[in-house]
Ligand binder design. Structure first.
Ligand SMILES: [Zn+2]
Length: 210
């Protein structure tokens, strides 16, 4: 049985031919290379390509500062800073939604305040999550724009936008949950949680390949 490796997400396929589409990242068959167990050249080919593009992009030798920044970016990517940091908003966001929902159901202003503080910490964590996600996409997936990455990027943008809308809406009108628009405010939080779920589901597929 021959083995084929997806150059985008490193998924391994067993069969006489590569699959029409990568079941993990939806990359086309052309993105598959044969992976010989004795020669891990699929990795080498990918790394060589990456190295080539790196040397092409930098005509001048990299400065000391850019070398340090590159080292930090590599470290963040290799030590899985994205999957780690994403647990902050993904853990806090559903709690914020629950607080807002309970505040709405029981007309409890303190729960709305609790939800707001949870949301504030989500917003604080999101820049790191988005930045490390971009680094992984750039370094591990060579900025591939298969449908799965497009959906993931859109989902991240929706989370960020919905959280910012909720934050500013609450700051402008702290009594919004008790107002006639309370349901709409909760719906916006619900959209943020759903989009975070979509982004997380795809992330899980990329990390675990199943
Ligand atoms: Zn793939």
């Amino acid at each position: 049985m021959r083995k084929w490796k997806c150059l985008i997400c490193k998924y391994l396929h067993e069969g006489d031919t590569p699959p029409d589409k990568c079941p993990v990242c939806k990359a086309p068959a052309s993105k598959f290379v044969e992976a010989e167990p004795a020669f891990p050249e699929a990795d080498a080919a990918g790394d060589a390509a990456a190295g080539e593009s790196r040397t092409h992009s930098s005509a001048a030798p990299p400065s000391r500062k850019s070398k340090i920044l590159d080292g930090v970016a590599d470290l963040l990517s290799r030590r899985h800073a994205h999957p780690i940091s994403v647990h902050f908003p993904n853990g806090l966001l559903p709690v914020a939604l629950m607080m807002f929902l309970l505040a709405w159901l029981f007309d409890a202003a303190t729960l709305a305040t609790a939800g707001f503080y949870n949301l504030a910490f989500v917003i604080l964590a999101l820049p790191l999550v988005i930045f490390t996600g971009f680094l992984d996409w750039e370094r591990k997936y060579k900025k591939a724009l298969t449908p799965m990455f497009q959906i993931k990027i859109i989902a991240a943008a929706v989370v960020f936008a919905a959280c910012l809308i909720s934050l500013f809406w609450y700051l402008i009108d702290p009594g919004v949950i008790g107002s006639p628009q309370g349901w709409l405010f909760i719906l916006v939080s619900g959209v943020a949680v759903a989009a975070a779920g979509v982004a997380g589901h795809i992330g899980g597929k990329l990390v675990f390949k199943d």
